[in-house]
Structures are given as structure tokens and as C-alpha cells.
Ligand binder design. Structure first.
Ligand SMILES: [Zn+2]
Length: 320
């Protein structure tokens, strides 16, 4: 029964995956034309740091290269996971999920909030490190190998991260979302189709955001508490819908530029260090060179005295 369902999702995913990338390309090119129009976002840190500079969607280049195979190479994996899942739900004893159950029972105090620059800062009256960074990975879930490697590295450094996912990718690969969740990744909402939301009608914006909430909740049993609009291109209404759905609406304050400097893991590290400051909200993507860079990046951040804020310690009700 699970197997059958998984096969259905995979088939649906292949179709949707194709549609998704078309939508994305269309969205990207039209953003370029309107990037500097009366848009509050252009004054954001986010656009200064990254995306509009290159007039390039942070994901489009990268996604084009891997969206094609993201549906197929997980085929056998999906079935395997699906079988494992039945046992896990009752006992939650599988190797990877033992950590998850430990994390679930762990009480995480809310000691940080996000400021208007998208930096993560200590709440007043708390005695927690100010010199922290928030790690985020956008545009997945794509491939089990990349996800496992990212989380192996995070585990090695005792770090947690937000994985901002697209609904269409979750639909294509629900097992990959479960993998992130079971291994302790925090899931964020990055819209369904990775389109430029501020150009869409309110009804479409709501659908993009809430359909993603729904599919994530269906898949892992809980809906995200973080929202990041594709390209940092949100508007007043994305903020309203985020609040209605109990999500903290964020862009980022440090762009790794991993969508620009492709195949260059050293550049990912250099770009972060060029912009690094206390509370840095670091934008990265599920991309091979970022996967490769992560261990060195985290080691060097620690060497400079930074620690990694647990996303669950951030007050998601406090919208700046
Ligand atoms: Zn994105």
C-alpha cells in the first residue's frame, strides 16, 4: 500500500518537476525586468547581498542542472524508506531517527528573535551568545546523498539548520522531506513552485504558501514555522499569510552566493566570511559545492568564535 502510494507520488513528481522548472524560468526572466520597480525589497539586505545583483534567481541555474534527475534516482530509495517508515512510526528506533526522538523530547528555550535586518539576536534579558549564525539551505529537497552529507556535517558540528523547501519538490520526493525531518533538520516553507510571489495575485500567493504548509504537514506531521519567499521577493501580503500560518517571514542577511559561484566551494566560504557578523542569517542551497564547503565553513566559523543558533530557539511569533 505504501509502495503503491510512493509510486504514485513519484510518477506525479516527474510530471510536476518538469512543470516546476518551466515556471521557475518564466518567473526568473520576468523578475529581471521588474527588479528595480517600486519595490521595497530592493532596499533589503537580501537583494543587496545577492540575488538582484546578478539578476539571477538563486536557484534557477543550479536547479536546471539537477531537477531532471531528482525524481528518478530516489526511486529505489523511496521504496526502501517507505518500508522502513511503517516500523519507524511505531517505534522510532531506526538509527537516524533515534536522534530525532531525543531532539523531540529535548526542551528548547526560546532565547532569540529575528531583527529587521534578518539577523538573529538574543532576546532581552537572556544570557546567550550573541556571536551566532543561522544556517539555512534553500530549494530542496533534491537528493538523498546531498541531504545526508549536509546533515552528517551539521551533526559533526552539533549544528541545526533550516531547510526551506518547495512544495513541488516535496510532492515529487516526500521521502526526502522525511529524511531531513527524521535527521533533525528544521523545515521551512519556500513556496510551492518557487515563483516570484510579489508578482502574483493574493489568491495565488495564499495558495503557494498554504499548499506548501499542507503538503509538509501531511508528510511529516507538522507544518513549518519559517517562511522565506523565493528570491527574497515577498510583499505585504506574503507577510500577512505567513503570520496567519504561524510562520516567521524572513529573507537573509548573508548570501553565500553559492548560486553565482558554481562549482567553487572555496568561494562559498569566502563569500560568507566577507559578510559575516553576529547574528548572520546565512543563505545557502542544496548544491554539491555547498555540500563540499560546509565542513570547512563550520570549522572556520567555530574558530572565529561563532556558534550555530538552533532554529527552534528563535521566537517565530515575533515579526520585526
Ligand atoms: Zn530559492
Amino acid at each position: 500500500m505504501w509502495k503503491k502510494t510512493a509510486m504514485f507520488w513519484l510518477a506525479a513528481g516527474l510530471v510536476l518537476g518538469a512543470c516546476g522548472s518551466t515556471a521557475e524560468e518564466a518567473g526568473t526572466s520576468s523578475t529581471e525586468q521588474t527588479a528595480n520597480a517600486n519595490d521595497a525589497q530592493t532596499t533589503d539586505n537580501a537583494t543587496e547581498n545577492g540575488e538582484s545583483q546578478t539578476t539571477q534567481d538563486p536557484n534557477s541555474q543550479a536547479e536546471e542542472t539537477d531537477s531532471a534527475n531528482s525524481g528518478e534516482n530516489t526511486d529505489s530509495k523511496a521504496e526502501k524508506d517507505a518500508t522502513a517508515e511503517n516500523e519507524e512510526t511505531s517505534a522510532e528506533k531506526a538509527d537516524d531517527s533515534s536522534e530525532d526522538s531525543a531532539a523531540a523530547s529535548e526542551e528548547i528555550a526560546i532565547e532569540y528573535h529575528m531583527n529587521a535586518n534578518y539577523d538573529i539576536v538574543p532576546n532581552e534579558g537572556t544570557d546567550v551568545p550573541k556571536k551566532v549564525v543561522l544556517l539555512t539551505f534553500d530549494d530542496g529537497p533534491k537528493e538523498a546523498d546531498m541531504i545526508n552529507s549536509l546533515i552528517d556535517t551539521l551533526d559533526k558540528h552539533d549544528a541545526k539548520a533550516i531547510f526551506f523547501v518547495n512544495g513541488y519538490r516535496v510532492k515529487a520526493n516526500p521521502d526526502l522531506l522525511k529524511l531531513i525531518h527524521d535527521r533533525g533538520g528544521i523545515i521551512g516553507n519556500h513556496s510551492y513552485d518557487h515563483i516570484i510571489l510579489k508578482k502574483e495575485s493574493d489568491a495565488e500567493i495564499k495558495k503557494q504558501m498554504e499548499d506548501t504548509q499542507a503538503i509538509v504537514e501531511e508528510t511529516i506531521g507538522e507544518a513549518p514555522h519559517f517562511f522565506r519567499p523565493p528570491n527574497g521577493a515577498g510583499n505585504d501580503y506574503t507577510r500577512v499569510v505567513a503570520a496567519e500560518n504561524n510562520m516567521l517571514h524572513m529573507n537573509w542577511s548573508v548570501g553565500s552566493l553559492d548560486w553565482v559561484n558554481q562549482n567553487d566551494s572555496q568561494a562559498v566560504i569566502d563569500n560568507v566570511f566577507d559578510q559575516l557578523h553576529s547574528g548572520s542569517n546565512i543563505l545557502m542551497h542544496e548544491l554539491p559545492w555547498t555540500v563540499e564547503a560546509l565542513d570547512d565553513l563550520l570549522t572556520q566559523l567555530e574558530a572565529k568564535g561563532y556558534s550555530f543558533v538552533d532554529p527552534r530557539a528563535i521566537d517565530t511569533t515575533k515579526q520585526p
